[in-house]
Every structure is written in structure tokens, then in C-alpha cells.
Design a protein around this ligand. Structure first.
Ligand SMILES: CC(C)(COP(=O)(O)OP(=O)(O)OC[C@H]1O[C@@H](n2cnc3c(N)ncnc32)[C@H](O)[C@@H]1OP(=O)(O)O)[C@@H](O)C(=O)NCCC(=O)NCCS
Length: 242
């Protein structure tokens, strides 16, 4: 696997090779994005979901995340971000709805705190998870209920000062794997979620902002992972985006 480690600000990738994994970091801040322009890109069900978030900042982050996801996917597909349609794939994994979905085009999206990350691939299952590390969580209790037995034992043996980071690493690895396979809560009971999935590679990701942990799960071998920072300039966001 070859990697370009930094997060690029430009140019927009000229294409998506069969072995490429493109990651996009999105700052969910109204200081960066024109929220109302992004809101205008949402489908009716997304707008309805947005207004159900009673806390204004939470609603804003949802609108920015979903709007920027549409901008990114629209650029790859040379399609209007407003006209993209999402559908639930296996296990509830979001996919682009046919017609217009190019064969093999996959994406995964995660958000936490004030950031989101999106992964894009061709013909390879992909899952990304992002977590902002919190100091107020009883993560040992969560680990006992959610992580595998070996991971829990390892956490107990880890120096207390390193436990939080280790917990978030295990957590994001697991969520990334589940998301790549579309194993959401709805299907969790049907699967052994601690069973190894040797067809998926797990790659801990560097993050451009401290305090976050991100892991990528991707099918196959010989990946080339590249990373971009999503900005209005790079995504050519203007008030006229159609
Ligand atoms: C659905 C789930 C993956 C979301 O994870 P989360 O940490 O709450 O939130 P994230 O920000 O990482 O991911 C959210 C995004 O994942 C995507 N997503 C939703 N369902 C998904 C699924 N079944 N598969 C893959 N991606 C999914 C969506 O793009 C969503 O974005 P949205 O909130 O804007 O709609 C998570 O709640 C879940 O179900 N995890 C599995 C838990 C489980 O099954 N545990 C038992 C052990 S097997």
C-alpha cells in the first residue's frame, strides 16, 4: 500500500483509480461554509431530518455535513449535488440510488464533534469512522458492552494514561468495519461482530485536527490512500450551485 500522508487543499482529484481510496475531511463550521446554500442542496427528507434537530448547532452541522457530502459526490459523478438521491443499501448502508449511480462507486461518511470525514472508492467496500475523544465518557464500561473480549482484556492491561486513546482506536476500527459491510444496528443481532473479517484492511488515519481518532476499513489489497481538506473553494461552492 502506498500513501500520500498529508491532507491536500487542491486540486480536486482528476479521477478515481480502481485501487484508490480518497478521504475528505470536512470542518462542520458555519465560519467555513454558507449554511443556507448547503441547505438548498438537500432533498426533502434531509431537510425534514434537519429541522427535527432541536439544537441549532446540531442542525447546522447536519446541514453542512450532508451538503458538503453532496458537493463532493457530485464532483466525482459530474452531477448536480442537488439531484443526487440516496438509498439504503445492505444493512442500511447509504448508497447512491440508481439511476445515475456509476457501477462500483462507494462512499462512507462519519461525523463527530465539529468534523466529518468521507471515504470514496470504486468496487471496494469501504467504511470510515471518526470519533472526537471525550474525557467525560466511562469508556471502560462501554468497552465491556461493545468491544471484543480480547480488546477489553488489553484495555485493562493498558496504562491508564493511554486507555482513552486505545479505546477510541478499537472503537473506530470496529465501527469502520461494520460500516464497510453495512452492518448497522438493524442487522447487528444477525452477525458475530467480533469475528475477524480478513477481506477487509483496517488503516488508522492521521487527522488534521487534534482530539479525533479515525479508522478506515477497505476491501482488497494494494490501496493508495489520498486525503483532501474540503473547502468551499476546492468544491466550487457558490450561492449559485445547482
Ligand atoms: C449506523 C452507525 C454505523 C452510525 O455510527 P455513528 O458512530 O453513530 O455515526 P457515524 O458518524 O460514524 O456514522 C453516521 C453515518 O454512517 C452512515 N450509515 C448509517 N447507517 C449505516 C450502515 N448501516 N452502514 C454503513 N454506514 C451507515 C450514514 O452516512 C451516517 O450519516 P448520517 O448520520 O448523516 O446519516 C452505528 O450507529 C451503528 O449502527 N453501529 C453498529 C453498532 C452495532 O451494531 N453494535 C453491535 C455490535 S455488532
Amino acid at each position: 500500500m502506498t500513501e500520500v500522508v498529508s491532507w491536500q487543499r487542491r486540486p480536486f482529484p482528476s479521477g478515481l483509480a480502481a485501487n484508490a481510496v480518497h478521504l475528505w475531511w470536512v470542518e462542520l463550521s458555519s465560519r467555513t461554509w454558507r449554511v443556507e446554500t448547503l441547505r438548498s442542496l438537500l432533498a426533502p427528507d434531509e431537510s425534514a431530518r434537519a429541522v427535527r434537530y432541536a439544537v441549532a448547532t446540531v442542525q447546522e452541522k447536519f446541514v453542512i455535513g450532508r451538503g458538503v457530502l453532496r458537493l463532493i459526490l457530485g464532483r466525482y459523478l459530474r452531477a448536480s449535488p442537488r439531484h443526487l438521491r440516496f438509498a439504503a443499501g445492505p444493512g442500511g448502508r447509504p448508497e447512491l440510488a440508481a439511476p445515475g449511480r456509476p457501477r462500483g462507486f462507494r462512499f462512507s461518511f462519519a461525523h463527530s464533534g465539529s468534523a466529518a470525514v468521507c471515504a470514496v472508492t470504486l468496487h471496494r467496500d469501504v467504511g470510515i469512522d471518526l470519533e472526537r475523544m471525550r474525557s467525560d465518557l466511562d469508556f471502560m464500561a462501554i468497552a465491556a458492552g461493545y468491544l471484543g473480549p480480547a480488546e477489553v482484556v488489553h484495555l485493562h492491561r493498558t496504562a491508564p494514561s493511554l486507555r482513552s486513546a486505545t479505546f477510541y482506536r478499537y472503537w473506530t476500527r470496529k465501527e469502520a468495519r461494520l460500516k464497510a459491510r453495512g452492518m448497522g444496528l438493524a442487522t447487528a443481532a444477525e452477525h458475530d461482530c467480533h469475528a475477524p473479517d480478513t477481506a477487509l484492511g483496517l488503516f488508522d488515519q492521521p487527522v488534521p485536527e487534534p482530539g479525533y481518532v479515525a479508522t478506515l476499513a477497505v476491501e482488497g489489497v494494494d490501496h493508495r490512500i489520498s486525503r483532501w481538506l474540503a473547502t468551499p473553494t476546492l468544491l466550487e461552492l457558490s450561492a449559485r450551485t445547482s
